[in-house]
Design a protein around this ligand. Structure first.
Ligand SMILES: [Zn+2]
Length: 80
């Protein structure tokens, strides 16, 4: 069970490294992806990772960002 979780985690890290190296060519809204294999997003304010469906999307300075809560979104807006 734990092995499987580690595999998933490693797979995710490798995947994000690969996609981080490339320029994002596809600009599809990530919300349209299927539920399984749901991408995780990082809250830039507090650094929390959460499933994209639980995140609060916001576009700040032309960037699509995701927050764990309205509080974080407000705090981030204040400081940027
Ligand atoms: Zn947060």
């Amino acid at each position: 069970m734990i092995k499987l979780l580690v595999l998933i985690l490693v797979g995710f890290v490798v995947y994000s490294m690969i996609s981080g190296l490339r320029r994002p060519l596809e600009k599809k809204p990530p919300k349209q992806r299927s539920r399984d294999g749901e991408p995780m997003v990082e809250d830039p304010q507090c650094g929390t990772y959460l499933p994209i469906s639980d995140a609060l999307p916001a576009t700040i300075a032309g960037k699509q960002l995701y927050f764990c809560s309205k509080k974080c979104l407000k705090e981030y807006r204040k400081s940027h």
